[in-house]
Design a protein around this ligand. Structure first.
Ligand code: GDP
Ligand code: MG
Length: 594
């Protein structure tokens, strides 16, 4: 295709503002998907995306329109998947910034706009859902125009649901998004913006060609690793993969398959060139996403450990952001310490492990990464609270912080500040987006956000506040490790790193919770919360006075046997902590973040 006829754009927005639905209408209006095969959120192809109604992976599709070729990329909106969005942006020259006409600008609207501006994209402001009775297109057109510095009349108005205004939007894309520019005669250079493992086809690599041409049955070179492969298939997605025998030229977006089995051999951000005629300079790639949140994952049935390892290996083929290493817990047995991009990513990985691989798992409470400097100058990185060094040898502890942005109606300013202050937030600034909508910026420790911050924020603002955050380095903090001991034995899975002002509350809560959850034993079981050797909270589980069997009087043998068998069954799901039997459910319940 002549690059002059190509337009590459993505759809970006806050979650639920209708990106995937607008993409649906574009698929339909351009005739790529016929009415009979159409289903809502067509491009959300994973089961988990469909069930949760959210987009996790970006999807690129080629759409024919008015003699042009449009490559559209639908992106995820959730903050955990920002790295997906920023990758997609680099394959485009334009971005449709979509805003729900009944909601207005939200936190991820801003975050995504800034990403698009940084990538130098042409931005098309669009209000969506104008069919809603609650839509206020005039008001929000003004807000949006104020944000990006254009005239309110430049803001397009559409309904992804009814299709109103979508043809005009496609025309606008053709007329306003710049055509890609590249050197057709130069050595081939294509940017890998996504890489997905498919059971049948191996790794499918998504590329945007910048210079030159990539053909079928060509030896290609991955510039960062110097590995060469042969392209077995090359093509475009429209909306299913369609081989393109002529290959891909300047400005085109498509896929290639080389038969490799591991996404790490086809790294996102790498530059693909031709082995016979190689480019010398790589394209600017991406920073590798860094895990922000860690949690221990253990099989409920210890025999499933090999299956868990295999499942993680397989998932990682498809999710380069997932990292893990084996760890052992005295309480939970063999498992893995797994790093995630955020809590939603964590939930999704866990759900996929359970669903796609049939595993039952316990996960420990999530924590962030700490940098600990010892008095002798040694440094360690702690991803598991139980490895936090005890005692007085610790000189300094650093925790990750975020720059967080909260958008809400101005009536909630007080409530929002109260929540943030309660979590060691430092106010950075505040701006009014309109008379009654405000943007509040805070520095907040990541560790304070990953628990119930968002829930709190939502409930204190009746659902009106939205949150976005980005990593902003680290800060020194007075953090301590709180251990939980059963009969004097620390239970590693329950150790937590908390700010010293919250240590007491954490200890008391956890001890109380466990007293409710752990059944009485033949002997008394003290539960203690301690910082080092100092006990800060204590509860007791009293001993059972009578043997359960005493209930079965005399010679009722069969009843007695039944009872014993039942006990045995129950025991299988017990974990021993010292002499104390702790039911599996107690771990699950005590570790749940709700
Ligand atoms: P995304 O998270 O931005 O991809 O949003 P979705 O496309 O998944 O849509 C979120 C919700 O908004 C879904 O329930 C859609 O049915 C609904 N929705 C999307 N576009 C429109 C629209 O134009 N009008 C109305 N009334 N609802 C819409
Ligand atoms: Mg979506």
């Amino acid at each position: 295709t002549d690059p002059a006829l190509i337009r590459n754009f993505c759809i970006i927005a806050h979650i639920d503002h209708g990106k995937s639905t607008l993409a649906d209408r574009m698929l339909q209006i351009t005739g790529v998907v016929d009415d009979r095969s159409m289903r809502a959120q067509y491009l959300d192809r994973m089961d988990i995306e469909r069930e949760r109604g959210i987009t996790i992976k970006s999807q690129a599709v080629r759409l024919p329109w008015d003699g042009h070729v449009l490559n559209m990329i639908d992106t995820p909106g959730h903050v955990d998947f920002t790295y997906e969005v920023s990758r997609s942006l680099q394959a485009c020259e334009g971005a449709i910034l979509l805003v729900d006409a009944a909601q207005g600008i939200e936190a991820q609207t801003l975050a995504n706009l800034y990403l698009a501006m940084n990538a130098d994209l042409h931005i098309i402001p669009v209000l969506n859902k104008i069919d809603l009775p609650a839509a206020q297109p005039e008001k929000f057109a003004e807000e949006l125009a104020g944000l990006i510095g254009c005239d309110p009349s430049d803001v397009l108005k559409v309904s992804g649901k009814t299709g109103e205004g979508v043809r005009e939007l496609l025309d606008h894309v053709v007329n306003s998004v710049p055509a890609p520019i590249g050197n057709a005669d130069a050595a081939a250079r294509a940017l890998i913006f996504d890489s997905v493992y498919d059971t049948y086809r191996g790794v499918v690599t998504y590329v945007r060609v910048v210079d030159g041409h990539l053909g079928k049955r060509e030896r290609i070179l991955m510039m960062s690793t110097n590995a060469t492969h042969e392209t077995l298939e090359i093509g475009v997605i429209s909306p299913e993969p369609k081989p393109a025998d002529l290959g891909l030229g300047v400005g085109e977006v498509g896929y290639l398959i080389t038969g490799v089995k591991d996404v790490r051999q086809s790294r996102v951000g790498d530059t693909v060139t031709s082995a016979a005629k190689s480019a010398t300079d790589m394209l600017a790639g991406y920073e590798h996403p860094k895990p922000m949140v860690f949690s221990g994952l253990y099989p409920i049935d210890g025999d499933e450990y090999p299956e868990l390892r295999e499942a993680l290996d397989k998932l990682q083929l498809n999710d380069a952001a997932l990292v893990y290493e084996p760890e052992t817990s005295a309480a939970l047995g063999f498992g893995f310490r797994v790093g995630f991009l955020g809590l939603l990513h964590m939930e999704i990985v866990r759900e996929r492990l359970e669903r796609e691989f049939g595993l039952s798992l316990i996960s420990t409470a999530p924590n962030v990464v700490y940098r600990v400097v010892m008095e002798d100058g040694k440094e360690l990185t702690v991803t598991n609270p139980s490895e936090f060094p005890a005692g007085g040898k610790v000189a300094q502890v650093f925790e990750p912080v975020t720059k967080s942005t909260i958008l809400a109606p101005s009536e909630f300013i007080g409530a929002i500040m109260e929540i943030c202050q309660g979590r060691r937030g430092q106010l950075l600034g505040m701006d009014y987006l309109s008379e009654d909508r405000v943007e509040i910026r805070y520095t907040l420790p990541l560790g304070e956000i990953i628990f119930d911050f968002f829930d709190q924020l939502k409930s204190r603002t009746r659902g009106y506040a939205s949150l976005d955050y980005e990593p902003a380095g680290e800060q020194e903090a007075e953090l301590v490790k709180v251990d939980i001991l059963l009969q004097g034995e620390p239970v590693d899975a329950f150790s937590a790193i908390v700010h010293k002002d919250k240590a007491y509350a954490y200890g008391v809560d956890m001890a109380k919770k466990l007293r409710e959850l752990i059944p009485r034993q033949q002997f008394e079981v003290p539960i203690q919360a301690a910082i080092g050797a100092r006990v800060i909270a204590r509860e007791n589980i009293r001993a059972i006075r009578k043997d359960v069997l005493a209930k079965c009087y005399g010679g009722d043998i069969s009843r007695k046997r039944k009872l014993l068998e039942k006990q045995k069954e129950g025991k299988k799901r017990m974990k021993m902590v010292g002499r104390v039997e702790v039911p599996q459910e107690a771990f699950v319940a005590a570790l749940s973040t709700e």
